[in-house]
Design a protein around this ligand. Sequence first.
Ligand code: GLN
Length: 229
Amino acid sequence: TAPNGDISAGPWVVGTEPAFPPFESQSDSGELEGFDIDLMQAIGEQAGVDVEFESLPFDGLIPALQAGTIEAAISGMTITEERSQTVDFSRPYFRAGLAIAVAADDSETTSLETLEGKTIAVQIGTTGAKMAGTVKDAKVSTFDSAPLALQELSNGNADAVINDAPATLDAIATGNIDGVKVVGELLTEEFYGIAMPKDSPNLEALNTALAELIENGTYNTIYEKWFGA
Ligand code: GLN
């Protein structure tokens, strides 16, 4: 049994969609890396369980939790009311929000309203995709990952991308994407949570470990590593 209770000592199979830097991505040698990966590994250590990652499409994470083939999902996933009907979330661990990205030389698109009738690239199954669906007469093109949606914008095949600000800003800052800028205000305030199957017996151990990491400074160390100046 795990030190933190009478819960199965694991391993916890944790699903993630590893094309969302700096939260999760694959290094050149194929290793998973990122803020979420470090945080989840630290949670496993704190809770006394082994963590095994499984790469899945983003829109396959909740179905996998429901089917019980994974024990948790960490993937920059926003805690939403809709998702909370089918899975349980940990306490929030990161504050994010949606941003609009456009071509660097676009001076017309400055807000959600100015996207009317435009082509918006998004990642399938995300809060950004949902937001794009609310724009009047917009054509929404969906992609399997956020980098692919941003590439479509960079290639000039879309007018905008609606995606999580931290991920879009990272893509611009690292040079992973060219000729793209973020405009306007954040469209939303969103909080990421780690998802678990409904009524998972492991949710309490997960939350306890996460709280301890915030308390003891480990969370901050990981935050600094990925977001520090
Ligand atoms: N935070 C967004 C969502 O939950 C996007 C997550 C992602 O692309 N990994 O829908």
